[in-house]
Each structure stands twice: as structure tokens, then as C-alpha cells.
Design a protein around this ligand. Structure first.
Ligand code: TLP
Length: 356
């Protein structure tokens, strides 16, 4: 029986067409800048994002740390949200590898950071203070439910940063989800940022890789930093070919994932004890829901369950989810999950709550 894996959109496998594109890709040594497939992917992504140049890297985490290393020096400060991926889930790389001082500000539920808070966090030029150098934003915002940062907000945040001499890096791991959901082109969402990274191995369905984009001088320096962190790859065209295939075939279909996420979330809301955390439903492909299966919320006589137990019961029913603590679960829709499988997952969830 097929396992319905809703832990993340990172779990997608390469399709047949993607595998054959990989097998046929012309390759060269990318540390010499001679891999034609990597060069093509970098050019395609830069063009889609309206940036001068791109750099293929192994992962989203590598793209973010290379960006931080390129924008900052040791002891500098970066401003970022307290629910950002860079802060929560990247092993403390910015502090550990770049020696950068994180200045955390509260992420609002919609993934933004209040503009006044950004302005207020920027340091005066004073020997006592670290130098404020970088503002990091995230779009879509993972831990804020896949919310989309809108154009007006991005423009205003970039204007504040630039007025004070800070660069802006956008973690756009799921930027294409944001663009498709908002019905705009991705380059609309990058106006004003100095660098942006997009993951190929999430909703776009490639097995490996992210592309970091920015100005030509920024990317020249980022190429050096990629080497420093051991990310210089050789015949990387084999994997870059999957990224090209993903850009050609898998952008528009992200709308199906969003539709499936809405279907999943509305089904979840009908199950006693479960409440979708996004009051207006998911904006993109991430579904977060709270688990309150205390005796009051389930049928009389059912034993209480929490998110961990519920996820184990789901696993026993061939449905995988990510528990994020005792009362929160994330499910992610993607290329390898059909609408019919969403209904199967909902059936499993309903029965798992009751432990039947
Ligand atoms: N996110 C993963 C986990 O690390 C949580 C996931 O399953 O969602 N930025 C954002 C916004 C991300 O969501 C992720 C991955 C990354 C960066 C890092 O990408 P990778 O996993 O390629 O290093």
C-alpha cells in the first residue's frame, strides 16, 4: 500500500521525465564554471527572478548561509524573524560559520515583521553596537503557515533597510508557491531585495538543489563563499538538469497543491479536536493544525491523544505527518500526493483521532 507522505514537499521523487532529462544532461566541471547545464539553470532562475545572476547550490540551507557570508562580516548583526527558517532550522549556521549576531524580531502571524520594529532595531553607528548589515525575510513563510508576504510589504521593508545601508536577503524556498497563489510573476516578489534563494527540491519536485540570485558582483563573491563551505560541485549538471525540468514543467501545477491544501484543511476542521491554525485556510501548500483531543473534544470514552500519538497512529495507517510539539502538526501537499489521497489521509486522520 502506498504511503501518503505529508511530512514535507521535500519528499517528492524525480519523475520519469525528470530522470531522463538528468541522464541526458551535458556536463562539465562547475568549479571551473564549465558545466553548461548548471549555467543554463542559473541563467533561467536569474531571469525568472529578475536578477542579474544565479548560483546553483546543494540546498536551501547552503544558499542562506552563503548569502549571509557574502553580505556580512564577523560581529555584524542581521535582523530576522523569530519564526524564520534561518533562525529555527539551520543549525545556528549564521552564528557558527559567519559569526553573525542575530537580532530577532517577532514574526507576525502573516509572516511579516512590523516595519516600525525593523526600523527601531537598526543600530546607530556607535562603537558599542554591532553593525546592522542585513535584513532577512522569508516568502512564503514556513512557520507562519505558508503565508505570502505581499509586494507592498516587501517594498516598504526593503526601503527601510536600504535607507540605513542594510542589504535584504529573501529566503524564497517556496517563492514560486507565493507567486502562483498570488497570480503574479516571481520577479514581482523580488523587487528591491539584494539576494534571493529558491529551492528546487520542495514543491518544484527536483531531488536536489537551490539557486541563489543577486547582482553579478554579489554572485561572484557568493561563488567564493560556496567554495569555502565545501559547496563547489563538479559535474553538477546531472542534478541541475532536474532543476531545469522542474522550472519548465512544475511551476503552474503548484496551484493543485494549494487546492489540495485547502481541501485538507477544511476536512481537518470537521474533525473534533483538530483545528486548522490558519483562520482563512492555507494560503499555499502548508497546513498546520492544532490537536486538542482532551476528553472534552472527542467522543465520550476515547482516550486523550496528542500530536505525537496522533502522528504515530497515522503512520500505522500509512500516512506521514510532522508533529511539531505536543499540540501542533504540519502536513504539506505536493506533486506526489493526489486529491484522492488527500481524502484517504483525511479518513485516516478521522479514525486516528478516535484510535480505531
Ligand atoms: N524546510 C524544511 C525543514 O527544514 C523544516 C521543510 O520541510 O519545510 N528555507 C525554508 C523556508 C525552508 O522551509 C527550508 C526547508 C529551507 C530554507 C532549507 O532548505 P534545505 O532543506 O534544502 O536545506
Amino acid at each position: 500500500m502506498k504511503v501518503i507522505d505529508l511530512r514535507s514537499d521535500t519528499v517528492t521523487g524525480p519523475t520519469k521525465g525528470m530522470r531522463s532529462a538528468m541522464a541526458l544532461a551535458p556536463v562539465g566541471d562547475d568549479v571551473y564554471g564549465e558545466d553548461p547545464t548548471v549555467n543554463r539553470l542559473q541563467g533561467m532562475m536569474a531571469e525568472l527572478l529578475g536578477m542579474e545572476a544565479g548560483l546553483f547550490v546543494a540546498s536551501g540551507t547552503m544558499a542562506n548561509i552563503v548569502a549571509v557570508l557574502t553580505h556580512t562580516g564577523r560581529g555584524d548583526e542581521m535582523i530576522l524573524g523569530d519564526r524564520s527558517h534561518i533562525f529555527l532550522y539551520e543549525g545556528g549556521a549564521a552564528a557558527g560559520l559567519a559569526g553573525v549576531h542575530p537580532h530577532l524580531l517577532k514574526n507576525e502571524p502573516d509572516g511579516t515583521i512590523a516595519l516600525a520594529a525593523i526600523e527601531g532595531a537598526i543600530r546607530a553607528d556607535n562603537v558599542h553596537f554591532p553593525r546592522s548589515r542585513l535584513l532577512c525575510l522569508e516568502n512564503t513563510h514556513n512557520r507562519c503557515g505558508g503565508e505570502i508576504l505581499g509586494l507592498d510589504y516587501l517594498t516598504a521593508a526593503c526601503a527601510i533597510a536600504h535607507r540605513h545601508g542594510l542589504a535584504v536577503h529573501l529566503d524564497g524556498a517556496r517563492l514560486f508557491n507565493a507567486a502562483v497563489a498570488a497570480g503574479i510573476v516571481p520577479s514581482d516578489l523580488t523587487q528591491g531585495v539584494d539576494s534571493v534563494m529558491v529551492c528546487l527540491s520542495k514543491g518544484l519536485g527536483a531531488p536536489v538543489g537551490s539557486v541563489l540570485c543577486g547582482s553579478r558582483p554579489f554572485i561572484d563573491e557568493a561563488r567564493r563563499m560556496r567554495k569555502v563551505v565545501g559547496g563547489g560541485m563538479r559535474q553538477a549538471g546531472i542534478i541541475a538538469a532536474a532543476g531545469i525540468y522542474a522550472l519548465e514543467q512544475h511551476i503552474d501545477r503548484l496551484a493543485e497543491d494549494h487546492e489540495n491544501a485547502r481541501r485538507l484543511a477544511s476536512g481537518i476542521d470537521t474533525i473534533p479536536g483538530l483545528t486548522c491554525s490558519q483562520p482563512d485556510g492555507p494560503a499555499t501548500n502548508l497546513v498546520y493544525f492544532s490537536v486538542d483531543c482532551s476528553a472534552a473534544n472527542v467522543a465520550a470514552g476515547d482516550p486523550p491523544v496528542d500530536a505525537i500519538i496522533l502522528s504515530e497512529r497515522l503512520r500505522a495507517r500509512n500516512v506521514l505527518a510532522s508533529p511539531l510539539g505536543p499540540d501542533l502538526i504540519r502536513m504539506v501537499t505536493h506533486l506526489d500526493v493526489t486529491q484522492a489521497e488527500i481524502d484517504v489521509a483525511l479518513f485516516a486522520l478521522r479514525s486516528a483521532v478516535h484510535g480505531t
